[in-house]
Design a protein around this ligand. Structure first.
Ligand SMILES: Cc1ncc(COP(=O)(O)O)c(C=O)c1O
Length: 467
């Protein structure tokens, strides 16, 4: 396994030759390497495979942000993952804070999840018919998430959000919805308005191919700004079906809401006969077991979920009060369906993941580790005179190269993107895998050890001293 020379100094600095360090640690540590400028990771195989991929798939990827467009350079091509770590095809090992974009909250390829999925697989991979595993996961989700009395499973967060928007329109008999700048709700047409994440990463204001008619009923407000929401209600009396938001934003980088903002949205939606929707595809079972609604103590009418509830397999879900969910076919007239929805493998991975997450102390520990990491990175940044700010919620976190705390997308986009690009590459070359865009959050898992976090901070210290 190749290993970044930089990390050896980092480890020496904190006096921990961890399990993460290579066998050759002592030899490298005793040599006088110019560690700052000569990280030892090389990416020959990644480069070859990605070059071929670009001929085969648009941009060489199956989802845009993976292509590293906003940070420069090519992506590394993964070979395998386990626990808190990922290995690329060149044999480089990384401490991974992307966690397949959120699902890997137990750590990658958790043994118990793998065992349960293997057992289920022996019975078949898809039934296309009711199975008891759906009931089991549904019961776990309903028990955990305050707003959910009934749930519909889908195969992705995007599908869940597509079902959700149709549902809020069907239930209220209204078409217009309010979303927020920089919030992402999957790639369905009506949500691709100032949608943060991949769209912002690629500098696309909106996507071509989205008909104007699909977004004309989508109104955009500013996050953490209640007045901007009130103004839309005032101009569209009795016409708004729902306010839809990420209750902690992870698609403009990491942005936390003011509690008063969430309380205000709850009140405004009630006063105006609109539904309040928390898109918890990212935050569900991530910031707390019951999601952001438990974390902040504010219950929406409808919730979308994904990522963690699939335990690394493709699952999404939307749920809410019984009277709302009974609009969904075949209980009601609102149509939404899926060949592979509720498939036994994905249900099993979700059930096993939730079982482990429901143990006492899990979220306090995730928050402690996230806080430790963010505090360490911010302290290191400030030590070398960088403007840096950040925050955490449960197992989700982030930082910006920005003067002031970030409360909305406009402020996030003023962060130093050039510095972020260099930071990202230097961390990567030294064995830390961070999301390749400043418009993404980071994810902590139960598998990350204090040593992983201390090593990451030590590596960051070295990188920040040279940025
Ligand atoms: C808040 C939110 N909603 C919806 C989605 C779409 O989910 P998926 O990528 O599973 O389609 C995402 C994906 O990152 C998300 O973060």
């Amino acid at each position: 396994m190749k290993f970044a020379a930089g990390i050896t100094t980092a480890l020496l600095a904190i006096g921990t030759a961890s399990a993460f360090a290579p066998q050759s640690f002592a030899a490298k540590a005793s040599s006088s390497l110019n560690i700052a400028t000569e990280p030892v990771y090389t990416f020959t195989k990644s480069e070859e495979i990605f070059a071929e991929a670009q001929e085969l798939m648009p941009g060489g990827v199956s989802s845009p942000v993976r292509a590293f467009k906003s940070v420069g350079g090519n992506p590394v091509v993964f070979d395998r993952v386990k626990g808190a770590y990922a290995w690329d095809v060149d044999g480089n090992k990384y401490i991974d804070f992307v966690g397949t974009w959120g699902p890997a909250i137990l750590g990658h390829a958790d043994d118990d999840v793998l065992e349960a999925v293997t057992k289920t697989m022996a019975k078949g991979t898809s039934f296309g018919a009711p199975c008891p595993l759906e009931n089991e996961l549904a019961k776990a989700v309903i028990a955990a998430v305050p707003s959910v009395e009934m749930v519909r499973f889908t195969n992705s967060g995007t599908e869940a959000c597509m079902g959700m928007i149709r549902l809020v329109r069907a239930f209220t008999g209204r078409e217009k919805v309010i979303k927020f700048e920089g919030c992402y709700h999957g790639h369905a047409d009506s949500f691709l308005v100032q949608a943060g994440s991949g769209v912002a990463t690629l500098g696309l204001p909106d996507s071509p191919g989205v008909p104007a008619s699909a977004t004309k009923a989508t109104y955009c407000a500013e996050y953490n700004n209640l007045d901007s929401v009130k103004a839309i209600f005032d101009e569209n009396k009795d016409e708004i079906a729902a306010i839809i938001l990420e209750p902690v934003v992870g698609n403009s980088g990491f942005i936390k809401p003011d509690k008063e903002f969430l309380e205000g949205l709850r009140k405004l939606s009630e006063e105006n006969g609109a539904l309040l929707v928390f898109d918890e595809v990212m935050t569900g079972f991530r910031v707390a077991y019951g999601g952001a609604q438990e974390y902040f103590g504010i219950t929406p009418d409808v919730t979308t979920m994904g990522k963690v509830i699939g335990g690394g397999l493709p699952v999404g879900a939307y749920g809410g009060r019984r009277e709302i969910m009974e609009m969904v076919a075949p209980a009601g007239p609102m149509y939404q369906a899926g060949t592979l929805s509720g498939n036994p493998l994905a249900m099993t991975a979700g059930i096993e993941t939730l079982k482990k997450l429901s143990q006492p102390g899990v979220y306090a520990e995730l928050e402690r580790k996230s806080q430790k990491l963010v505090d360490g990175i911010i302290a290191a940044g400030k030590k070398y005179g960088h403007s840096i700010t950040g925050g955490t919620a449960g197992g989700m976190f982030g930082w910006f190269f920005n003067e002031a705390p970030v409360t909305n997308f406009a402020e996030a986009s003023k962060s130093d993107s050039e510095k972020f690009g260099k930071w990202h590459r230097m961390m990567l070359e030294r064995g830390v895998y961070l999301a390749p865009s400043m418009y993404e959050a980071g994810f902590m898992s139960m598998a990350h050890t204090d040593e992983d976090i201390e090593n990451t901070i030590a590596i960051a210290d070295e990188v920040l001293s040279k940025l």
